[in-house]
Design a protein around this ligand. Structure first.
Ligand code: ADP
Ligand code: MG
Length: 558
């Protein structure tokens, strides 16, 4: 038997690859399973055009089995197999992808489900194995071949025996080192969880012999370990199912299964887009604020799949910060992946998807605000503050997206109202949108500064969150109505008594002078107020900044 060398470049590439392309060792299983799935797809596509072939779905599967004693992990499939030439060219040349060639040749048919394209995934097996064998029997041949390699120093191919068409890959798992645990890939639970994580939506069954503790026959309290073949993956991703066939419950189950949160989602959005970029997405608006939501630890992002295979667990580029509470996933076949399939090559498609998603979230929230106020209020209690931060950050660049989603407590309605609600109720002579800032609604209610505005019959919005006034400053106006604090000097309310107050100021000149002396450094001026009704005295801001805002600014570190 002749030993062949990997091509020179390949040798270096292999070393580099084993040590650096993938951020996690567990990825090797995703890669091998993806190859098996591709191999089954190829038979399927062949059957579409070749009448002598039939495709019985039940005959096609992937089987994973581990043998702790022999330290082997086997990935077997009933796919198309490889001829000797294909073994040489596809597994003998790194960066040669038989799958890419297949896709190009079969462009006319819809071969776009095939995952492989870079011709490196297979070698990731060497991250966890020191020897890999590939026993394969190609479709339409009586012969089988055994490919064997111990990594960088080449491979051998010999003829072998195999009954059925397909491929069986055996990894001889490395021994644990001080830093690395390889033997975990011989553990049932570990394999299961890696399969679930990356390959749950592979279209063919991924089978495993699973040990389960079951009650012994004829006994109630004695258990025994029983081995049973199980299909580990769910196969059909919920996002590829027909929306009409899915119930709220199905989405809620998916949310729980994916551990997007421990609450029940308030709302889900199922998107299938077949436009400039094709993608499916399921997005959730959670009900409760995650415990770390308003902390630095919180990481936003959606799961990103390429053709049903998980590429990124938290793709942050898919969500703007102000919608960081959204959970869910995106699956697209149009992504340009980098070689490790852990990152994206160009983000043009991703940007398009992100923009699209942002608009969907916005319109969902708007319709919830309009038609499902009760749930919107729940949502707002959890994440309203994030929307307000969103208005404030980036110099107000996102205000168009967010202003309609804001709500504040109203003096007249005694509940949360939107700015649109407020403006629609404004009497004709009212020039401004009035607001009052304070610690709580109860406190604001008692503020003397609110009297004049309320007396006039105008509604006041209560700002109880520190960010409120900052956000409103970024907005400046809503539907061309400017915001005005009830404690600002000029309230813009028709002044019929100007002369009278001037007179009174004059009359009390001495008293006010004395008061100013005593309060020196604390107040700038003492004057007769036009706005008080039942209170004897109130504080008024002279400049642009309200008293509440001044307090916050003073408390901020320089
Ligand atoms: P990619 O999947 O990106 O093409 P890989 O390194 O994962 O790259 O695989 C290289 C090639 O080897 C594949 O394109 C395919 O032609 C072939 N191959 C790998 N695994 C199998 C398999 N289980 N059955 C049939 N062919 C396979
Ligand atoms: Mg591959």
């Amino acid at each position: 038997m002749e030993k062949k060398q990997f091509q020179a470049e390949s040798k270096r590439l292999l070393e580099m690859m084993i040590n650096s392309i993938y951020s996690q060792k567990e990825i090797f299983l995703r890669e091998l399973i993806s190859n098996s799935s591709d191999a089954i797809d190829k038979i399927y596509y062949k059957a579409l055009t070749d009448d002598s072939l039939t495709f019985n779905k039940e005959d096609y599967y992937i089987k994973i089995s581990a043998d702790k004693e022999k330290r082997t992990l086997t990935i077997a499939d009933t796919g198309i197999g490889m001829t000797k030439e294909e073994l040489e060219s596809n597994l003998g040349t790194i960066a040669k992808s038989g799958s890419l060639a297949f896709k190009t040749e079969n462009e006319a048919k819809d071969g776009h489900d095939i995952i492989g394209q870079f011709g490196v995934g297979f070698y990731s097996a060497f991250m966890v194995a020191d020897t890999v064998t590939v026993l394969t029997k190609p479709l339409g041949s009586e012969e089988a071949y055994l490919w064997k390699s111990e990594g960088a120093d080449g491979y051998t191919i010999e003829t072998a025996e195999k009954e059925t068409v397909g491929t069986e890959i055996v990894l001889f798992i490395k021994e644990n080192s001080e830093e690395d645990n390889y033997e975990e890939y011989l553990e049932e639970y570990r394999l299961k969880s890696v399969i679930k994580k990356y390959s749950d939506f592979i279209r063919y069954p991924i089978k495993m012999d699973v040990t389960e503790s079951k009650p012994k026959e004829g006994s109630e309290d004695e258990f025994e370990d029983v081995q049973e073949e199980q299909t580990v993956n769910s196969m059909v991703p919920i996002w590829r199912k027909n929306k009409n066939e899915l119930k709220d419950e199905d989405y809620a189950n998916f949310y729980a299964e994916k551990r997007y949160g421990f609450d029940k989602p308030l709302k889900h959005v199922h998107i299938s887009v077949d436009g400039a970029v094709r993608y499916n997405a399921i997005l959730f608006i959670p009900e409760q604020t995650p415990y770390d939501y308003y902390s630095k630890e919180f990481e936003k992002g959606l799961e990103l799949y390429s053709n049903g295979v998980l590429i990124m667990e938290k793709c942050s580029d898919l969500l703007p910060d102000y919608f960081s509470f959204v959970k869910g996933m995106v699956d697209s076949e149009d992504l340009s992946l980098n070689i490790s399939r852990e990152m994206l090559q160009h983000d043009r498609q991703l940007k398009l998807i992100a923009k699209n998603i942002k608009n969907k979230i916005k319109s969902q929230l708007l319709s919830m605000l309009k038609d499902d106020r009760e749930n919107y209020e729940k949502f707002y209690a959890s994440f309203g503050r994030q929307l307000k931060y969103g208005v404030y950050s980036d110099f107000g660049a996102n205000k168009e997206d967010l202003q309609d989603l804001l709500m504040f407590h109203s003096s007249t309605e005694k509940k949360l109202v939107s700015l649109a609600d407020y403006v629609s109720r404004m009497p004709e002579d009212q020039k401004y949108i009035y607001y009052a800032a304070g610690e709580s609604n109860e406190r604001i209610e008692k503020l003397p500064q609110t009297e004049m505005v309320s007396e006039k019959g105008y509604e006041i919005l209560y700002f109880t969150d520190e960010v409120d006034e900052f956000a409103i400053r970024m907005l400046m106006a809503y539907k061309e109505k400017e915001f005005k604090s009830v404690s600002s000097g000029d309230l813009g309310i028709e002044d019929t008594e100007a002369e009278k107050t001037e007179e009174q100021d004059e009359e009390n000149k001495e008293l006010f002078g004395r008061m100013k002396e005593i309060l020196a450094g604390k107040v700038k001026d003492v004057r007769v107020s036009k706005r008080l009704k039942s209170h004897p005295v109130c504080l008024t801001a002279d400049g642009d900044i309200s008293i509440e805002m001044e307090k916050i600014l003073k408390a901020m570190p320089d």
